[in-house]
Design a binder for this molecule. Structure first.
Ligand SMILES: C[S@@+](CC[C@H](N)C(=O)[O-])C[C@H]1O[C@@H](n2cnc3c(N)ncnc32)[C@H](O)[C@@H]1O
Length: 284
């Protein structure tokens, strides 16, 4: 999608989608979990690094440069972190945060707003028993996701679907053990659009399914991607083009379904980039 029509690529604003989500991912995991889990993740990172250093990767980047020249106007470090090297970025930061929820028989994962596939591919590399189904409103990114999955050798366990905005997901109710939504809700600015996204995820996961979110935190008076003061608190007044989110808002948008926080550290609910897991159903 060309940036001129796309909130996340607003040319008047300098966006740094992932930079606040980089503190203490893998290091935290190494301190808090058993060596086996950390070693498995290290192994996945090594595999991703091998791909990133290959001639196939260089060819992939050359194709991206031809198709999306505007992306290559970003600072090279930002381009590598948030786009070209997004698989490794997610392996180091997102996947360690999801790890506590992945050990309980998770097999089928919905990656809502999967973009160019980085989060699905990272999950598939770290968890060989998992199948990922990514959806996004951006058809061009879905094509990149398919190419990227083949490049990293996980195309047999990662499927990607273009789904128009406000169109129902092409999956039966309760199809997934877990839904992942990474850096998406802040771009669904209108309340109706945001509610539709949440309701779709809620419908797609099983009766006791999990919903994991990684998103800039709406408790802060400035919108975190852009640094705009007031956008989080008075989005309509100020014509905000991105609005952060929080667990309480997801709970509200999911009604009448009741979601409750599941194994969440209080600290993660307060950080500028928050991540949290919610579970469908009330009792344990
Ligand atoms: C910053 S990217 C994140 C991609 C991916 N989740 C990741 O973490 O690498 C945001 C994605 O959200 C998608 N998106 C924005 N609004 C959406 C909506 N209403 N429904 C579904 N996807 C949406 C965009 O097309 C874009 O690919």
């Amino acid at each position: 999608m060309d940036p001129s029509g796309d909130a996340k690529g607003d040319p008047g604003i300098e966006y740094h989608p992932m930079d606040l989500n980089t503190a203490g991912g893998l290091e935290m995991l190494e301190l808090t979990t058993d060596c086996g889990t950390a070693a498995r993740l290290r192994h996945a990172i090594d595999a991703a690094e091998q791909v990133d250093g290959s001639a196939d990767f260089d060819r992939f980047v050359a194709r991206l440069r031809e198709r999306f020249p505007w992306r290559f106007q970003l600072h090279p470090d930002v381009l590598r972190r948030d786009y070209l090297g997004i698989v490794k970025q997610h392996l180091q930061n997102l996947i360690p945060r999801m790890q506590p929820y992945m050990d309980s028989g998770i097999r089928r994962v919905l990656d809502f707003g999967c973009g160019s596939g980085g989060s699905s591919i990272a999950l598939a590399l770290a968890y060989p028993e998992v199948r990922c189904f990514g959806t996004d409103i951006d058809a061009a990114e879905i094509e990149v996701a398919k190419e990227r999955a083949a490049l990293y050798g996980v195309a047999d366990r990662c499927e990607f679907f273009h789904v128009d905005i406000n169109q129902e997901l092409p999956f039966a109710q309760g199809s997934f053990d877990l839904s992942l939504c990474s850096s998406v809700l802040e771009y669904a600015v209108q309340k109706d659009a945001r509610m539709f996204c949440v309701q779709q995820m809620v419908r797609a996961v099983s009766k006791r399914g999990l919903l994991f979110f990684s998103v800039p935190n709406r408790i802060y008076p400035f919108e975190i991607h852009t640094g705009k003061w007031g956008w989080n608190y008075f989005p309509r007044w100020l014509g905000a083009r991105t609005v952060d989110c929080g667990f309480w808002e997801v709970q509200r948008l999911a009604r009448p379904e009741k979601l409750r926080l599941y194994r969440c550290a209080l600290l993660r609910l307060l950080t500028p980039w928050t991540s949290f897991c919610l579970r469908k159903g009330l009792a344990d």
